[in-house]
Design a protein around this ligand. Structure first.
Ligand SMILES: [Zn+2]
Length: 74
């Protein structure tokens, strides 16, 4: 299972960078979370614009922006 997801990530990543022609190589703005299961799916791994369902419990996942651009807001 882990191998499959890693392979898909690699394929997606190479497709993304090929489309964008460089840059950071990662267009992720954040990730979708299921807080109940602690499941996380990066937005770049989600196809379409709708929030994905949690693969574990099937609940709608919540989008959370990556904090890397703003830094700590404490
Ligand atoms: Zn869940």
């Amino acid at each position: 299972m882990e191998f499959v997801s890693n392979l898909r990530e690699t394929l997606k990543a190479s497709t993304e960078s090929a489309n964008r022609g460089g840059g950071t190589g990662d267009n992720s703005k954040g990730a979708y979370w299921c807080h109940d299961c602690a499941e996380r799916i990066r937005d770049v791994d989600v196809e379409g614009e709708n929030s994905p369902d949690c693969p574990d419990c099937g609940a709608a996942m919540e989008f959370e922006r990556s904090p890397s651009s703003t830094g700590c807001a404490c």
